[in-house]
Design a protein around this ligand. Structure first.
Ligand SMILES: [Zn+2]
Length: 495
């Protein structure tokens, strides 16, 4: 069914659940290191392997992060809350239950203001943010899809078991209409910016440290009753969030319009063709037999502690954007370009590292955005830091590099050749500023174009451009064009 037709007949309702892995030093309930990857089953102990008699202890800094996230999302923080056991069997979860929170989340009833591409702001309600632990990872070997169906055998790695997670759940998002897929993407993007600014997680969707489940249902146009929803699991890029929501809207609309039912189930998103496929029927919370965790004491943050944590909140991304706009005197449109290319934060960091605003902007919005696009990654994930970009800008400013050489240096940094200064040394990229080296090239160029020399002598100094071009070519772009021009004019007696 075509998208316009979907919207003529139905209103979409979204619910987004985001799991974020905290970047604490240790796991949620034991002292094992919390680090991505590693040799399988080396970051484990009796507690996170669920061995008999092992007892959990809550990670205090994970609780701090949970409270800060709640505050950043304008939530109320519970004065008293508990953990709960969510009971189910899965091989990647050796305890046979997940320690989570159920009816007593640490943070609840907040909102996040989300800016869309055209500058319109949508307020997304936050139902809750609760603490839990991650599961291990299963690796299904031998099948075509990497899923368990068709696999010959499965391997288990418990390094991730017990890694602290915060699950952030929105209230139903209604009224987005046509823009529902865009709202979903913008919400996840804004949430990621917020969590990154707080320094609570490295928010790498490609490594699974931020994962989004997208619930989608349709109501007949003008009907307040929500339809049956599907839940597309672990969508792992911003673009995929948008595509998955749009696909589900279209799929459900075609089912409903031919009188069929939407099944309440989890679904998998296929990157390759942008479709979803059926997973398992969705359990209800009764199926999990939640009960309060008897091995952990309740969490009762004092209001003094909450206020202390509130004072550690960084300048939030949207506050920073407003300040940037004022400080840098950007129009709404210029600011939006900066935000839409994902460049606002990196440009700000480059300015903080000493670069002029205009230079920082043009490097990130033009050259580096092209590099990110051609590599298919987000700007912020390019392997070059704002500090390195600021260094290149400074070297251009002082005449050590030309713009062209500066771009080559950055390409070297992106290729993993080290810091800008290391790339300059190893690639031999410094500007030829030694006049005697330039003079030889200039004299050669002048001798080759006597007619141009005549014109310059006759007062047409703009004709010098042809000689500058020849010299730049002869020095393979490593000359300072401004200095070359000065020397040409001197030698032709036109100064
Ligand atoms: Zn452990």
């Amino acid at each position: 069914m075509d998208y316009d037709e979907v919207l003529e007949r139905f209103d979409p309702v979204l619910g987004l659940e985001v799991h974020v892995e905290l970047s604490t030093r240790t796991k949620m309930f034991c002292g094992c290191p919390n680090a991505f990857g590693g040799e399988p089953n080396t970051h484990v102990c009796p507690t996170c392997l669920g061995l008999p008699g092992a007892l959990p202890v809550v990670n205090g800094s994970a609780v701090e992060s949970a409270i800060r996230i709640g505050l950043g999302l304008n939530c109320e923080i519970a004065g008293w809350c508990r953990f709960a056991r969510k009971n189910y069997f899965y091989p990647d979860m050796p305890k046979n239950f997940q320690t989570s929170q159920y009816d007593e989340p640490i943070a609840f009833d907040g909102y996040l203001d989300v800016e869309l591409g055209d500058g319109e702001t949508v307020r997304v309600g936050i139902e809750r943010a609760h603490m839990e632990e991650d599961t291990g990872k299963s690796l299904h070997v031998g099948g075509a899809t990497g899923r368990i169906h068709g696999a010959d055998y499965s391997l288990l790695d418990y390094n991730r078991a017990g890694v602290p997670l915060i699950e952030i759940v929105t209230k139903p998002i209604t009224g987005a209409g046509r823009r529902a897929p865009e709202v979903a993407r913008a919400y996840v993007s804004a949430l990621r910016d917020l969590l990154r600014a707080m320094g609570v997680s490295d928010v790498r969707m490609d490594q699974g440290s931020l994962r989004c489940d997208a619930n989608v249902s349709l109501s007949p146009k003008g009907d307040e009753v929500f339809g049956t929803r599907s839940e597309t699991k672990n969508v792992n890029s911003l673009r995929s969030v948008e595509r998955a929501v749009r696909y589900e809207m279209t799929r459900q609309a075609s089912l409903l319009s031919r009188g069929a039912q939407v099944v309440q189930e989890t679904r998998h998103f296929q990157e390759a063709d942008g479709t979803t496929s059926a997973g398992r029927p969705k359990e209800t919370s009764e199926d999990y037999r939640y009960f309060p965790e008897p091995d952990l004491v309740p969490i009762a943050p004092s209001s003094a502690w909450i206020e202390e944590l509130r004072s550690t909140l960084p300048e939030l991304p949207w506050e920073r954007r407003r300040r940037i706009q004022q400080d840098w005197q950007l129009t709404d449109e210029e600011l939006r370009d900066l935000v839409n290319t994902g460049a606002a934060d990196v440009v700000a960091a480059t300015v903080d590292a000493g670069a002029p605003v205009d230079d920082a902007r043009s490097w990130w919005v033009q050259f580096l955005t092209e590099q990110a696009n051609s590599r298919g990654v987000d700007l912020a994930d390019l392997p070059v830091t704002p500090g390195q970009v600021a260094r290149v800008i400074a070297l251009i400013g002082e005449g050590t590099l030309t713009n062209k050489l500066g771009r080559e240096v950055v390409l070297g940094v992106l290729a993993g050749e080290g810091d800008p200064d290391e790339v300059i040394a190893s690639r031999g990229l410094e500007v030829v500023s030694d006049d005697s080296a330039l003079t030889a090239a200039i004299d050669e160029a002048l001798a080759a174009q006597p007619d141009v020399v005549e014109k310059i002598r006759g007062g047409k100094v703009q004709a010098a451009g042809a000689i500058v071009g020849a010299v730049m070519k002869a020095t393979q772009g490593q000359a300072d064009a401004k200095r070359v021009r000065e020397l040409i004019l001197q030698r032709c007696g036109a100064e």
